[in-house]
Design a protein around this ligand. Structure first.
Ligand code: MOS
Length: 754
């Protein structure tokens, strides 16, 4: 796999030679994973642990009439059959200071109403997993079934039961569009797609009579704690949530789902540790998905390509009980300059489980519509699609009038075109041939908001010569442990093998949810502040400890370099290792409680608009003889602030490119109309892109620091990689075949007319 290429501008500060900031740094948690030492949620085991297995609804809409558990209760090892008739009360979350968000707002087994196929209607707890599964199969549930609504047509006014909402508005799109000599008016559809992280959801709940310890696969241990405290009705201090390692989440693990309540309630009732994991088929029902979207795009332009108006009207499906808004207008108001713009949205209810964010929520399906429409416009204008985008570039966020803190979209387009060899593209459909195949070359742009929340991080320097950083954030698998260690290394000069990072435990100093690509920008200033404070404490200790060679000197005359405390004007080697001073003072460790503010609290940041940008170029091959499309080559250029770890960053972008190939060509959750069953709820029928589908992926980072985000200048990099991939591929498919696919995924059937 190729390494990422850092196209480092001269403005990037060179880190000191020993600092690993900006250098490709292997994950510090890698060896724990490759040796099988890292414990994931359902790896935890305790004496007396028992297993819960759900009974899931086999209707998509209606009522539970009766649950007959008599036979199941007599089966070997069975301890409990839980359902709405016998569950102790659970609560809804309410508005309040620490109120969090549950994936599905309805508490487990709240009533006898079935709102989607796969909704849990009962759970069996037994001594072994096999006993629980066997008994769950023996629970007889009778239903009064109604016909569910899983219609994939979201345009029916009868079903648009939630009102139209204006997301962004400027000028007059009706007059603007009418006046435009060149118009595109098309509707784009993205299907329901399901998160399929390698590690499935699961919970091990341990109730000890007064406290819960919950082992989870969670993108937000603090939010998980807040929600579970409210829903279980216990004080916050009586719950601890642990999520040390994760096999990813992609947004599906941002909020707690009903299985976590299932394990907790069973543990409390039985006074035994309870393990539940969500099998792959139920990953398609009660743990979220990206909802279907239907987006009408109307774009008007002058003959020279100048945009006159952009009008996006979209709808997304949501569940019966949860208002989930897929924010498809995330990038539309700011990616291009246009005087007239309107983005409106609505939600449409369906008999499916609650949707939830999935990598680049909103922006990813939204950019499929916008960047497909831009390609259609380029074709109508007979203009190069890269040139069309450059023509409409802007350095002002026209949705709010603020300048972008750092935007190099044009450079992404130019560099990508150069690296891809775009100048050799011939625009006519099907005009590029090689080795008996037709080539299609497509391009699409990307944007994702850059955010930074308030944060805390605890940093300490210990008498064994190590540093330790801790925070109740978590590493989804993307490199957060390593970023912590890199910042500590940068500040203290200590090598990575003397830095310990502790995350994924709600009892630590509070930390951010791993969502929205916010963690790196949010946490780095707090870690830096914590490290600065710990080093200052070390210097204070050095001048106040009897017997220290620095006793009585002003602390301001000292420095901390590479683990040595020394006189500022003298070389570090003339000083003393900090651990010796700690031992002399009989102090175990000095601490720095790092803190940083949210972006909105910083006056300079309020004057700018902070976003990341990117461009993807895709080459597909089309073999009309066997109607086969393959993605053969991709070049991605990202403008995501300073890249602190190009190795982990490139890994994110390559993974996202693969996810984008799945989105473009394979992925779609299909609900059977009569009972709302997601019939392709397995890896044989729900196709994700695999290594065999992997093209050559070349990743370039522009690496311009964005100091509006903080001293490290980093924005996030998890989600921008997926934004724009699917339209780049669909645009390439058009270039090869002449078929414009406006409904994902691109299917062979769509291309047979080519
Ligand atoms: Mo991301 S969808 O915010 O985990």
């Amino acid at each position: 796999m190729p390494e990422a290429i850092l196209d480092t501008p001269s403005s990037t500060p060179a880190s000191s030679s020993s600092s690993v900031i900006g250098k490709p740094t292997p994950r510090i948690d890698g060896p724990l994973k490759t040796t099988g030492t890292a414990q994931y949620a359902v790896d935890y085991h305790f004496p007396g642990l028992v297993y819960a297995w759900p009974v899931a609804s086999t209707i998509g809409s209606g009522k539970v009439l009766a649950i007959d558990s008599a036979q199941a209760e007599k089966m070997p090892g069975v301890l409990l059959v839980l359902h709405h008739g016998n569950i102790a009360s659970l609560y809804h979350t309410g508005p309040g200071s620490y109120s969090g968000r549950a994936g599905e707002s309805r508490p487990l087994f709240a009533d006898d109403v079935v709102r989607y196929y796969g909704q849990y209607v009962a759970a069996v707890v037994a001594e072994t997993l096999e006993q629980a599964q066997a008994a769950a199969a023996a629970v007889r549930v009778s239903y009064q079934a109604e016909k569910p609504n899983v219609s994939m047509d979201l345009s029916d006014p009868q079903t648009a039961d939630l009102p139209l909402h204006t997301e962004s508005k400027r000028g007059d799109v009706v007059a603007g569009f009418a006046s435009a000599p060149v118009q595109v008016d098309q509707t784009y559809v993205t299907p329901t797609v399901t998160h399929n992280p390698m590690e499935m959801h699961g919970t091990v709940a341990v109730w000890d009579g007064s406290r819960f310890t919950l082992y989870e696969s969670s993108q937000g241990v603090v939010n998980h704690l807040n929600v579970m405290a409210e829903m279980l009705g216990v004080p916050r201090e009586n719950i601890q949530v642990i999520s040390r390692f994760m096999g990813s989440g992609f947004g599906g693990k941002l909020f707690p789902w009903p299985h976590s309540l299932m394990a907790s309630v069973a543990s409390r009732q039985l006074m035994r540790p309870v393990k539940v994991y969500v099998p792959r088929d139920l990953m398609f029902t009660a743990v979220g998905h990206r909802p279907e979207t239907q987006q009408r795009m109307r774009i008007g332009a002058q003959q020279d390509g100048t945009l006159v108006s952009v009008h996006q009207d979209y709808r997304n499906s949501t569940s019966l009980g949860d208002d989930f808004h897929e924010n498809c207008g995330e990038a539309t108001p700011l990616l291009y300059s246009t005087p007239n713009l309107l983005v409106t949205s609505a939600m449409v209810r369906r008999n499916i489980g609650a949707p939830t964010p999935m990598r680049g929520p909103g922006a990813v399906p939204g950019l499929f519509a916008l960047e497909s429409a831009m390609d259609e416009l380029a074709v109508k204008l007979d203009m190069d699609p890269v040139a069309l985008r450059i023509k409409n570039d802007t350095l002002i966020d026209e949705s709010n009038g603020k300048p972008f803190s750092s935007r190099h979209y044009k450079e992404c387009l130019q560099l990508g075109a150069e690296k891809f060899g775009w100048s050799r593209r011939t625009p006519a459909v099907g005009s590029m041939k090689q080795d008996g195949l037709t080539l299609g070359w497509g391009v699409a742009g990307a944007s994702w908001g850059a955010f930074r929340g308030g944060a805390q991080a605890l940093v300490s320097l210990h008498d064994d010569g190590s540093a330790r950083a801790s925070c109740a954030t978590q590493d989804v698998g993307t490199g957060t442990y390593t970023i912590f260690a890199q910042v500590i290394n940068d500040k203290t000069g200590l090598p990575l093998n003397r830095i310990q990072v502790v995350l994924g435990d709600s009892s630590l100093i509070p930390g951010p949810t791993s969502g929205g690509s916010v963690v790196t920008a949010t946490i780095t200033p707090a870690i830096a502040d914590g490290a600065d404070k710990a080093m200052r404490a070390m210097l204070d200790l050095a001048v106040s400890t009897p017997g220290s060679q620095f006793q009585g000197k002003p602390a301001s005359s000292l420095a901390f370099t590479g683990g040595m405390v020394h006189i500022k004007t003298q070389p570090a080697s003339s000083g003393q290792p900090f651990q010796q001073l700690l031992r002399l003072a009989n102090v175990d460790a000095v601490h720095g409680a790092g803190q940083s503010d949210a972006l909105y609290a910083l006056p300079q940041a309020r004057k700018v608009s902070t976003h990341s940008f990117g461009v993807h170029f895709a080459e597909v091959t089309w073999d009309p003889g066997i109607a086969q499309v393959r993605v053969r080559r991709m070049v991605s250029v990202l403008d995501a602030g300073r890249i602190l770890n190009p190795k982990a960053g490139a890994n994110q972008i390559m993974g996202a490119a693969m996810m984008g190939i799945g989105m473009a060509l394979f992925e779609q959750t299909i609900y059977q109309p009569n009972n709302a069953h997601p019939i392709n709820n397995n890896f044989a029928d729900y196709i994700v892109a695999t290594n065999a589908d992997s093209p050559r992926i070349e990743v370039h980072f522009l690496d311009y620091p964005d100091y509006a985000m903080g001293e490290y200048g980093a924005r996030g990099i998890g989600e921008i990689g997926l934004a724009g991939v699917a339209p780049a591929i669909a645009n390439a498919v058009y270039h090869a075949t002449g078929v414009r696919v406006r409904k994902l995924p691109v299917r062979v059937e769509d291309l047979l007319t080519a």
